[in-house]
Ligand binder design. Sequence first.
Ligand code: OAD
Length: 232
Amino acid sequence: MKIVVLSGAGMSAESGVPTFRGTDALWNGHRPEDVATPEAFRRDPSNVWEFYRARRRNLLDVRPNAGHLAVAGWQDRHDVVVATQNVDGLHQVAGSRTVHELHGSIWIARCNRCGREREDRVAAPADDALPTCPCGGVERPGVVWFGEVLPEETVRAAEQAVIAADLVLLVGSSNLVYPAASLPLLAISRRIPVVEVNPEETPFSGRVSRHMRAAAGEALPRFEPESWNGPN
Ligand code: OAD
């Protein structure tokens, strides 16, 4: 069976990673335009790195949860593709082999001048110097910011996986941020069943084949893709 898992911040919530919206959320107390836009980086790169270094420090002790592990476990029996809006890398740590990171990775640094990318697993202190590239340019976090275009090849690969899927799971996303939010729509337009896993209603809940109103770490280990036989 071909399964595509579309995941958002709620997928990592039980690992202790804050979501973006709601109480105690990441954007609370931070205006995205101050820390997650190219303009913010031009204006004050140290402030932006401080925000991402704090996120990296929080992620250092974080482990995949039962939801990530369940998705990786399905690979024994199924063809599983993950397309995630998360930048934390937890699907890969859990063992998922095909992960399209739609919003990039917090563990990548990219040169703002020449575009060279490198893995950067360092959670430096907030006041550390700005990381620089051998070309002399300043490096930035390898995530997609507001106002930026998503990596084209990654989006295309995710779309192709959705089109080819027998079943799509939409896990832990408020589905408010486009173009990632268009992937479940693509599935619905192709009459591919979409199962939503989210303890809350989303603007999408009325359109999916089935809504599992539960946390990812509870719902996914219980879910057996091979037993999926339509809405119930
Ligand atoms: P949000 O914070 O908008 O939504 C998180 C969703 O997860 C909500 O619908 C919650 O109800 C749900 N949720 C919470 N705990 C859960 C759990 N244990 N199991 C399952 N679901 C749970 O996060 P995203 O939709 O991922 O973009 O946000 C999308 C994008 O908005 C992010 O990638 C980021 C942000 O601005 C950029 O930075 C470009």
